[in-house]
Design a protein. Structure first.
Length: 437
């Protein structure tokens, strides 16, 4: 049995790690410590999971003392994105293994520091890219490994986040780049990792456009240009199209927007100095909600990518082209929020010379299309020995996903292409030329 310490007692930490540790994986995982900057999160966590009542609690400056006193085997990092690098590097310096939520960090520079710390110490980093475990995504990987597409030459990926989910990022801390790295890192790192993993190539350069179109003070649907509002107490929320789309006049909006279900009344705040229902039209917002990007890879493939955070429905469209064929798929996520009938997701395979084949995939229960339960099994039981390919992500995977996201927003700001490998202190093309010699 391994012992674990949690750094960041977030909703994700509770649902993804603590509940399984206290439940079906209690014979394999033992929680020895909780660390968070807000003591109220410890209280909320233990109220939800009373079996953790005696687990020691620590603050953000107590990391080294926590390690000395509780002697964990693994540090789980699941707090706000900008805290990840600190605890990952601290764990590695203690020769401890790390499991971290995505994104691994919020900057390529911090990713480089993590890679250096891992190389200098005995601990290893695992990044929980659960999208890889979605059965559709795993099947796509298998089709590519089977050679059905040949050499991958291009990928088209268009992602859509609906007005319910998209607005949620702008109500919370994610809306500040210093905390999240922006959504090209916090959210799109998922997508960049998927593409990197599917095609087995490393991203070298990105060029992108990005803009804040829907949210922020100048959002076209802002009912009043006033800062500091909260959905639960806003006197113009009845004029807000985003609020009215997903709420009734009698809704307790705070309870609806509270991401761990802990705020008891409309005016209460169960966290210290934080509410998850901040106004989506606040001038504090300094990130983009729309991106279009092109990415070049070291193996010759090219990616055309876009993401929109205020769409009428949620899902994505994907096409992967290779020298022997093409595949396509489209997902509609959360069908109950889609205002029209949606088909079951399948994969269409088009050989370069031949007829289309439609491939169905057996679905699983659980979050992220059934990906979360499979990922948890690999984390606590070890990789599935029956799986013939690598799926758990390491520090390099996490670093390239973050650096691609940073290159996207930096390119959008400067209007210039940005070298992804050089953000990480690498030069893949020079390395490749040296290897050829």
């Amino acid at each position: 049995m391994k012992s674990y310490a949690i750094c960041g007692v977030s909703n994700r930490a509770i649902s993804m790690f603590l509940k399984p540790m206290a439940g079906e994986f209690r014979r394999f995982a033992r929680l020895v410590a909780l660390l968070d900057s807000d003591p109220l999160r410890h209280k909320i966590c233990k109220s939800l999971l009373p079996e953790l009542a005696d687990v020691p609690e620590y603050g953000p400056d107590d990391f080294d003392r926590m390690v000395r006193e509780t002697k964990p085997d693994v540090i789980v990092v699941a707090g706000r994105d900008d805290t990840h690098a600190r605890y990952i590097i601290g764990a590695l310096q203690h020769d401890l293994d790390v499991i971290t939520e995505k994104p691994m960090a919020t900057t390529a520079e911090d990713c480089r520091k993590i890679l250096e710390a891992e190389a200098a110490n005995r601990g290893k980093v695992t990044v929980t890219f659960n999208y890889r475990y979605n059965p559709i995504h795993a099947k796509i990987k298998e089709l590519i490994l089977e050679g059905r597409l040949g050499r991958i030459v291009s990928v088209d990926l268009n992602w859509y986040i609906d007005t319910y989910h998209g607005a949620s990022y702008f109500k919370r801390w994610n809306r500040v780049r210093a905390f999240s790295g922006g959504l090209s890192i916090h959210k799109s790192s998922h997508h960049f990792d998927l593409v990197n993993w599917w095609i087995g190539q490393k991203p070298v350069e990105a060029f992108a456009y990005g803009k804040l179109n829907f949210y922020g003070r100048d959002g076209e649907l802002n009912p009043a240009k006033v800062d500091g509002r909260f959905c639960g107490t806003c006197d113009v929320r009845g004029q807000c199209a985003y609020y009215r789309r997903w709420s009734t006049r009698t809704d307790d909006i705070i309870a609806k927007d509270d991401h761990i279900g802990a705020l008891p009344t409309e005016t209460s705040n169960a966290y210290s100095g934080y509410r998850p229902d901040m106004c989506i039209f606040d001038s504090q917002i300094d990130i983009e909600d729309t991106y279009v990007a092109a990415v070049r890879y070291d193996g010759g493939a090219m990616l055309s990518y876009s993401i929109l955070f205020s769409a009428p429905f949620e899902g994505y469209r994907l096409a992967i082209n290779g020298t022997r064929g093409r595949l396509e798929t489209q997902e509609f996520h959360n069908p109950s929020r889609v205002p029209f009938p949606v088909p079951e997701q399948t994969i269409d395979y088009f050989p370069l010379f031949g007829s289309r084949e439609t491939i169905g995939v057996v679905r699983r229960e659980g979050g992220h299309g059934g990906g979360d339960p499979a990922l948890i099994e690999d984390l606590f039981l070890g990789p599935d020995p029956q799986r013939p390919y690598r799926i758990l992500s390491g520090s390099e995977d996490g670093a390239y996903a973050v650096a691609t996201g940073e290159a996207v927003w930096r390119s959008a700001k400067t209007g210039q292409p940005v070298r992804i490998d050089r953000l990480l202190g690498l030069d893949l093309e020079v390395q490749a030329a040296g290897a050829e010699r």
